[in-house]
Write a protein that binds this ligand. Structure first.
Ligand code: PMP
Length: 395
C-alpha cells in the first residue's frame, strides 16, 4: 500500500472480545465472553406490530432524514425516565439521541480530547471506551477501585499532579467489567471533585435499570454543582441492542456542542428506529418487559455465583454483582488468565481475559464472566468445566 495512515491508527488494536466472539460463534462453545443480552427476550412480535403501525401511519416521515437531536417524543420519554429514576431534572433539550451509548463515548472524545490530554477512569474499565477515547490521542490514568467505587483520595492525588486532565470516565452502576456499583457517598464525592478541579465527567450507565436487589441510587449527575457532568443511557440492555439507539444527557450548552460534532459524524440516528422504539413505549409496558429481563438475569446471576462458589478453588475471588451482566474473577497473582483461556477453549468454554480492561496494561490474573446470554444448564456446565481447569492451575 502506498499511502500513510493517521498516527492514531498505530494505537488501534483489534478488540480482544470481538476476536474471542469469532471463536465462540461455534455452537458447541459455552461462552461467558460477550456482553450480549438474552435474545429470547427480544419482543419480536410486538416490534413487528409497531413497525407496521409506524409505516402505515407515518411511513414517509419514518423513512425521511430527521433532526440530529433525535425524535422529540423519544427524547421526552428519556428525560422523564431519567428524572424519575436518577434524580436529574432534564427536559428534551438536554438529550441527544446517539447511535448506542458507544457513539456518545466517541462523541465525548471528539468534544473534549486533544492529543496529549488525560482521561481518568476506573481500573479496570470498559474496553471499547478505551478504544474510543484513545483514537483522540489521549493517555489514561487508572484509579483503583474497591467495592464502593473509585477510591476518591487516590483520584484527588492524581488530579493534583496532572496538568491536562480533561475527562473523568466512570460507570457507577454494575460496572463493566467488574459488576461493582458505587456507593452514594462516592457519587457525591465524585461530583464535588469534578467541580473542584473543573473536569468534565462522562457517567456511563447502560446497566442501571438491570438491578436485581436493593434500591436504585441517584446518578452522579444528580449531585452536579457546576454543570460538568454528562450521562449516557441506552436501549441496548433493556430492549434490543440491534436498534443501536442510546443517548447522552447534560446541560443544554454542552449538548449543543455534541449536536454539532454528531452532524459531522452521521447527521442523525436512524429515523424509523427512533419512531419504532417510541411507538413501542407508547403501546407497551416497558417496565413489565424490564422486569422479565431482571427476573431471568437474577436467576442466572444467582446460579453463576452459587456454581463459582462450589467449583472454583480457594484463592480465586469474584464479585457478586447486584445487577447488570458481568462478574469479575481474580486469580492468584502468578496465574495468567490467557493461559487459563487457552485450556478452557480446549474444553469449549470461553471468557474474556482481564488484561485488556486496563488501559495501561497489567493484572493478567483477572477475567470477566458474562451471565446474561446463556441458559441455566449451560451456565452450570460451563462453570464446572472452568472450575476443573482452574483446579489444575492451582493444584
Ligand atoms: N458502555 C458500557 C459500559 C458498555 O458495557 C456498553 C456495551 N457493552 C456500552 C457503553 C455501549 O452500549 P451500546 O452502544 O449498545 O449502548
Amino acid at each position: 500500500m502506498d499511502f500513510q495512515m493517521a498516527r492514531r491508527m498505530s494505537d488501534i488494536k483489534a478488540s480482544e472480545i470481538r476476536e474471542i466472539l469469532k471463536i465462540t460463534e461455534k455452537s458447541e462453545v459455552i461462552s461467558f465472553a460477550g456482553g450480549l443480552p438474552a435474545p429470547e427476550l427480544f419482543p419480536v412480535e410486538e416490534i413487528k406490530r409497531v413497525n407496521k403501525m409506524v409505516l402505515d401511519r407515518d411511513g414517509q416521515r419514518a423513512l425521511q432524514y430527521s433532526t440530529t437531536e433525535g425524535f422529540r417524543p423519544l427524547r421526552e420519554w428519556i428525560a422523564h425516565r431519567m428524572n424519575s429514576r436518577l434524580g436529574t431534572s432534564f427536559d428534551c433539550d438536554n438529550i441527544l439521541v446517539t447511535h448506542g451509548s458507544q457513539q456518545a463515548l466517541d462523541l465525548s472524545g471528539k468534544v473534549f480530547l486533544d492529543e496529549g490530554d488525560v482521561v481518568f477512569c476506573e481500573s479496570p474499565t470498559y474496553l471499547a471506551a478505551i478504544t474510543a477515547f484513545r483514537a483522540y490521542g489521549c493517555s489514561f490514568i487508572e484509579i483503583p477501585t474497591d467495592d464502593e467505587g473509585m477510591i476518591i483520595s487516590e483520584l484527588v492525588t492524581q488530579l493534583e499532579k496532572c496538568e491536562n486532565a480533561k475527562l473523568l470516565y466512570i460507570i457507577p452502576d454494575f460496572q463493566n467489567p467488574t459488576g461493582r456499583t458505587w456507593s452514594l457517598e462516592r457519587r457525591k464525592e465524585l461530583a464535588d471533585i469534578s467541580a473542584r478541579f473543573g473536569v468534565a465527567v462522562v457517567e456511563d450507565n447502560p446497566y442501571g435499570e438491570l438491578r436485581f436487589e436493593g434500591k436504585t441510587l441517584p446518578s452522579v449527575k444528580s449531585f452536579d454543582i457546576a454543570g460538568n457532568i454528562l450521562c449516557t443511557g441506552t436501549f441496548s440492555k433493556i430492549f434490543c441492542p440491534g436498534y443501536r439507539i442510546g443517548w447522552i444527557a447534560g446541560d443544554k450548552k454542552i449538548i449543543r456542542q455534541y449536536v454539532l460534532v454528531k452532524q459531522g459524524t452521521d447527521l442523525q440516528c436512524n429515523t424509523i428506529a427512533q419512531m419504532e422504539i417510541s411507538k413501542y413505549l407508547e403501546l407497551y409496558d416497558i417496565d413489565a418487559h424490564i422486569n422479565k429481563i431482571r427476573t431471568i438475569y437474577r436467576k442466572r446471576r444467582d446460579l453463576s455465583v452459587q456454581t463459582m462458589e462450589e467449583v472454583f478453588p480457594t484463592g480465586v475471588s469474584f464479585t457478586r454483582p447486584q445487577g447488570g451482566l458481568f462478574a469479575w474473577v481474580e486469580l492468584p497473582a502468578h496465574i495468567n488468565s490467557r493461559d487459563v483461556l487457552e485450556k478452557c477453549l480446549e474444553q469449549n468454554v470461553a471468557f474474556v481475559p482481564g488484561g485488556s480492561f486496563f488501559p495501561n496494561g497489567g493484572k493478567e490474573n483477572t477475567f470477566r464472566i458474562n451471565f446474561s446470554n446463556m441458559s441455566e444448564e449451560k451456565i452450570v456446565e460451563g462453570l464446572n468445566r472452568l472450575g476443573a481447569v482452574l483446579n489444575k492451575f492451582i493444584d
